[in-house]
Ligand binder design. Structure first.
Ligand code: GP9
Ligand code: MN
Length: 611
């Protein structure tokens, strides 16, 4: 009964997008494995009375969990997570809103429990069963385990890396079921709580000393150059540098950006440093100048941490801070994480007018997204900082015919072939956006920063990529392909042809100090691993999340040291001096996140030990 009820609740009380038969099937079977296990425990009970009591209480408890999600969903269109329940600041809001979302007719959510209760009371005979043999019990649990593996197997084909990447709660619930999802959530939470509990402020001292010793002074010329201006950061989905100033069959892939670069600072040796958390990892880097994690998305695993984010700092400086992204707000746990980063507001799917006509693939198309965003921007208090996240240039790179502005490439990889067309569309969208900013009078008082969030073409497409590039994709070339464009436009500084290409080896970790310095905010005592990219002291060095790194002359990847000049392997000793630095940085950053060390930063005890 609970199984079928859960499925009915899925279909009636949550808004789960089901795209095909397989997804429907997974949804249908997903409560089963957990319920079989939990109710299976009753087979061990010696007396009928205790067994029945166990069944009834378990049904009641699980129905309550399901119902709590329903009530929460009514208000937040999201599923419960432990951090949400335990974040004290959420609690007051929660209580209030939960109360308004509870109705008398909600007893139907317990109808099976009521039925079970009545049955036990008035027809106990119907509940009698003979004691079960050991072998049968074993067979029962074998079936339950098989069910679990079937479920996980199907989910894995539908959503590869579901568990390691933990994309979205809706996806977890759709694929694993509410009950398993809660178990998984408890597991994630207890793991990070344990690591957090074991940490103390003393670890921060060494890290802090190391960071202070390596602090790079801001460029005198650029510090405060854009003070008081709005900051518009655009995360360009899956945009890699190889398409910039490049063509497909004689047509430019990014005609607008190619021009815009000439009116901006363009960093052509800038790398993404993301891991499994993809877009969210790039946001994490931008905001904190810390590395994301080796596995999983830090947005999910450590949203309860204390951070010292750019959004919060700018907020303190009087900026109105927001993110604009026309997607489900719980994707990458953004709604929760943005609170921790100190954003004032998150313009998500519900703030946009999204229709089937203006959507493709993952959701709202970039052109209408930008258009509606500028309208929202007009209502913002100035100066503002807003981060916009585009969506159309996302795998599988699908476009409606009318949006295809150039021809697809022709190789064995449909993904790469289509990629050029969606990049071209995104370029067009940015062009419209800039025009609209000008029309609305926002252009001249805003600095505009654009960066590619992470790669779009994975190594699975090396063969097609080699065909396009006209050379083999060696590990060296692969590392070079992790370059993403970074464009910084500062009105009055870079316009009218005064742009400049800067070829410093740098990465997303450098964004926070660079941008804060431009806006006149010092970062001297900050815990950060990035360096001001305009400073002449900035070191040519970038570490990838997997430990690979790039220096001015060398690339270290796949356990091999490559010379940038010859693109060939060279003696390991050339890379040796940087290995230690790469390892230490990643290690320190991980320690900060796992131990939630920034919570000690303002703390008096820390001040005593530390400074
Ligand atoms: C989803 C968007 C894409 O909201 O940010 O996520 P990705 O898969 O690129 O991380
Ligand atoms: Mn992305």
């Amino acid at each position: 009964m609970l199984w079928i009820k859960t499925y009915i609740v899925y279909k009636t009380s949550f808004n789960l997008k089901i795209e095909n038969f397989m997804q429907e099937l997974i949804l249908f079977i997903n409560p089963l494995s957990f319920l079989l296990f939990v109710f299976g425990i009753s087979l061990f009970f010696k007396t009928e009375k205790s067994r029945n009591r166990y069944l009834l209480l378990t049904s009641l408890f699980l129905s309550f969990v399901l119902y709590a999600n329903v009530a929460f969903y009514r208000f937040f269109t999201d599923f419960l997570t432990l951090p949400v329940l335990f974040q004290t600041s959420n609690f007051a809001d929660l209580g209030d809103s939960a109360a308004t979302e509870i109705h008398w007719f909600d007893f139907v959510y317990y109808i099976d429990v009521i039925f079970l209760f009545l049955l036990l009371k008035f027809r106990p005979k119907a509940m009698e069963i003979k004691p079960i043999k050991k072998a049968n019990r074993r067979a029962y649990f074998l079936v339950a385990a098989a069910m679990l593996f079937l479920n996980i197997g199907l989910a894995e084909t539908e959503r590869p890396q579901l568990l390691t990447r933990t994309f979205d709660r809706e996806m977890l619930v759709k694929n694993l079921g509410t009950y398993n999802y809660h178990l998984y959530d408890i597991f994630l939470q207890s793991k990070s709580s344990a690591q957090r509990a074991m940490a103390d402020g003393s670890e921060l001292v060494e890290i802090d000393n190391n960071i202070s010793a390596n602090f790079v002074k801001p460029s005198k010329k650029m510090f405060g150059k854009a003070e008081g201006k709005n900051l518009i950061v655009i995360s360009l989905e899956s945009l890699q540098s190889f398409v910039i100033n490049n063509e497909v069959y004689g047509e430019e892939v990014t005609p607008f950006l190619n021009d815009f670069i000439k009116e901006s600072f363009y960093f052509d040796e800038f790398y993404h440093q993301t891991g499994q958390g993809k877009t969210s990892d790039s946001e994490f880097l931008l905001e904190n100048s810390l590395y994301p994690l080796n596995r999983g998305a830090v947005f999910f695993t450590h949203s309860g941490n204390k951070f010292d984010a750019m959004a919060e700092k700018l907020g303190k400086k009087g900026y109105f801070t927001s993110t604009m992204h026309a997607n489900n707000k719980s994707f990458w746990n953004r709604d929760i994480m943005y609170e921790a980063l100190g954003y004032d507001y998150f313009y998500s799917a519900t703030d946009y007018d999204i229709t089937p006509e203006n959507s493709v693939g993952w959701g709202m198309k970039d052109i209408p997204f930008f258009e509606q965003s500028v309208d929202l921007m007009k209502t913002m208090q100035q100066p503002f900082y807003t981060k916009m996240i585009t969506l159309t240039n996302h795998h599988p790179f699908k476009l409606d015919d009318e949006d295809k502005l150039i021809e697809e490439y022709d190789s064995k990889s449909g993904t790469l072939n289509r990629y050029f067309t969606t990049v071209r569309y995104m370029d067009e969208a940015v062009k419209h956006f800039i025009q609209k900013l000008k029309d609305e009078g926002l252009y001249e008082n805003s600095i505009i920063v654009m960066y590619g969030d992470h790669y779009g073409i994975s190594e699975n497409h090396n063969e097609a990529m080699a065909q396009y590039l006209g050379k083999e994709v060696t590990p060296f070339v692969s590392a070079q392909l992790q370059r993403v464009p970074l464009i910084i436009h500062i009105p009055g500084v870079t316009n009218k042809g005064k742009g400049k290409t800067i070829s410093k080896v740098s990465g997303q970790i450098d964004l926070k100090p660079t941008l804060l310095h431009l806006l006149g905010v010092n970062t001297k005592n900050n815990i950060q691993f990035g360096e001001d990219m305009f400073s002449s002291d900035h070191r040519d060095f970038v570490v990838f999340r997997d430990g690979s790194f790039v220096t001015r002359n060398y690339v270290y990847t796949a356990n091999t040291c490559y010379s940038k000049e010859t693109e060939e392997p060279v003696d390991d000793s050339y890379c040796e001096p940087f290995k230690e630095k790469a390892r230490t940085e990643l290690d320190y950053s991980d320690k900060i996140i796992y131990g939630d060390l920034l919570r000690f930063y303002d703390n008096e005890d820390y001040q005593k030990i530390g400074k």
